[in-house]
Design a protein around this ligand. Sequence first.
Ligand code: 13P
Ligand code: SF4
Length: 367
Amino acid sequence: MNVLEQLKRLDEMPKRYKTMERSELEARARAVKERFGRRLFIPGHHYQKDEVIQFADATGDSLQLAQLAAKNSEAEYIVFCGVHFMAETADILTSDDQTVILPDLRAGCSMADMADIFQVERAWAALIERFGETIVPLVYVNSTAAIKAFVGRHGGATVTSSNAKKMMAWAFSRNERIFFLPDQHLGRNTAYALGIRLDEMAVWDPHEETLQGADDLDKVKVILWKGHCSVHENFTVRQIEHIRRMKPGIHVIVHPECSWEVVQQADYAGSTKYIIETIRNAPPGTQWAIGTEMNLVNRLKHEHPDKEIVSLNPYMCPCLTMNRIDLPHFVWALESLEQGAIVNRITVPKDIAAEAKEALDRMLSLV
Ligand code: 13P
Ligand code: SF4
């Protein structure tokens, strides 16, 4: 079966939802929500489309959504408006009698797909052979549950873009080196902000199974996995230079999943939550170029008409996997639930969940 056929099979939504009017879908969503009341909880990531985010009980960045899942013991059903790794995290952090649903199973994350557990195990073996027992693994939440479990088993922790600095400082208090995966950019930007020089970082290429980019391996303090976000990697220094030429005085703010060069050129860099708060607190009349996902940039534009907000790259594509969660899939998941047919349930096997939870709990206890 080819990839297209596999993707098609992952989507079992009946055709009738695709042809329904938006107003009907919205009415149906509202009605199910009302009937379920607090038995149903809908978290929504900031990158989600407006058409679904309007139904979210809470919105947040990856850290906030993980914290909300850990706190919510009341809801029987959690219909997650986000991507697969976020729904897995919610399943790990909630009890066995709570059911987590992802409205479209094709809502994955290309960055999370850049590391699989077998590659990680091979990398770890090679790194331990080279550096001895001097390494703490840190994994960005944008990763599979199996990799989180690996990290939990080896004394490491998860991080999000909101707390990566704190978590790296924690890891350095425990050992000499950090193995950071799967986003090389968040890892590099965070380590650099902590005073680690670029020549003290090396990149592990999971395909070639080699360490790259460091002249003296003995000096290496941070080993970065060669992975990236295909949305944020599209922002460039040239775009920053262009927007500054076009609009002198504009402030540039980017997400730390952007490259080191872009983060160095930007005026501000931080997580989704940081970007939202910075724009909210900015004086009226100020100009902003934002380097993050389109849905969020468009929402901020709409919410702050008193500020001039543009995307750092007006031609960029939105995160295609985040956008898989649309109103038809959302309503289908809700209505199926009501009819007693749970679709797209996300269940992490118990043994993996227990070790992944260790990695998540280490993070949650520190932030
Ligand atoms: P945050 O929510 O941590 O800012 O991460 C952004 C992201 O790319 C989520 O997939
Ligand atoms: Fe993954 Fe990037 Fe999309 Fe976030 S924005 S879900 S990191 S591909």
